[in-house]
Design a protein around this ligand. Sequence first.
Ligand SMILES: *Cc1c(COP(=O)(O)O)cnc(C)c1O
Length: 461
Amino acid sequence: MNAQPKNINLEEIVKADIAHHFHPFTDHKSFHAAGGPRVITHGDGVWIWDGKGNKILDGMSGLWCVNVGYGRKELAEAAYKQMLDLPYYNTFFKTTTVPATELAAKISSLLPERFQHVFFTNSGSEGNDTIVRFVRHYWKVMGKPYRQHFIGRRRGYHGSTMVASNLGGMVGMHEQGGTPLPGFHHVQQPYWFDFGGDKSPEDFGMDAAADLEKKILELGPENVAAFIGEPIQGAAGVLIPPSTYWPEVQRICKKYEILIVSDEVICGFGRTGNWFGFETFGFEPDIINMAKGLSSGYLPIGAVAFSDKLTKPFFEKGGDFNHGMTYDGHPVAAAVALKNIELIETENMVGRVRELAPYFAAGLQSLADHPIVGEVRSVGLIGAIELSSNKKTRARFHDSGRVGTICRDHCFQTNLIMRACWDTMVLAPPFCITKKEIDELFRLARIALDKTYADVSGEMA
Ligand SMILES: *Cc1c(COP(=O)(O)O)cnc(C)c1O
């Protein structure tokens, strides 16, 4: 193990954090009431430690990103070496650095032939902002200036910046900060458990796709620029679409010449058992957004791949694309991403995810008989557990999200990180997880479910 326990003054850190650190996605009043943050000090493999010395199984790879696991010395060394050589130079104005160019070529080599060009960003949100600016400009260049509208899904998550939060379908985000802006629309998500009723998942998948076509016709196909979707909706609760969904979305978009953006920020780089989620679900995007797994979260970096059809007019007609961030293609982040991809390749981690998938699925399935569990589902190493007050009717507890939060808190107490998306518990462990650690994960999950059931057993319908 490379990481060492830090000699920290926990009390001082917690005090300073409460005094000075304004946290993202946090209820600040209850944060203070709870006595401030849990401080994470070090990590190794699938394990992280907090300032009190608790050893915690990270079933979420941080925020779906630490795919190769914690404590990979090779990534630290790649960063150290690049910092000594060249800590920074930009990629604007006909300039590049060696790692940025090598990474662009590497990403392109992992994608289908039509993706020869990659634009760098520093996050998934920036990638989606980049996509909206690029696509709107593209359609203008192509003489179709009315194609400016974007369609996403309800509860889709595409990031937190102004544009990304508009692409996403999170109502709680739209309620803050003056959104949704005009030009962003949301359609049915392919979520059979909540919306499928008596239909088969396959029929319901066709219905969800039909809602996209309905929206396209309502807006006028000549006004629609692109459809954006995560292959699996992560933050919505790991919504794995029925097999009929993506092929039908593909057919509809093709029919109306609408671009498909695959937001691969979670699914990309092996999570579903293939390099990218669009391979797992069988569709052909025009644009691919990547972040998180690109560097396994060791440094912030994102990338957007544009198909040749989209970059061609820029090469032929000329004119600046007036967009870029100071740190696009940051050489240290790029060097770490390159090394991360090298680790995934040399250790055959995508194959490993595929091999572990049935074992992970069986672990989830072992919880399916729990009285509080309405459904379990997974693909590769990403999965979900639906909390329900009635297995047969798939009924929900009152106050959406309440029981999920109870369960998440029991997970914390049990030293397991399992996230709650409303009343769906989600898992996305690092690819280095062993079968023994998968056993331990589901042993801890069952304890947390038992405790949750003890709290709400009076509410079962
Ligand atoms: C996390 C996420 C984003 C946003 O990425 P950030 O790096 O947090 O800006 C975008 N899309 C998806 C699918 C994500 O899961």
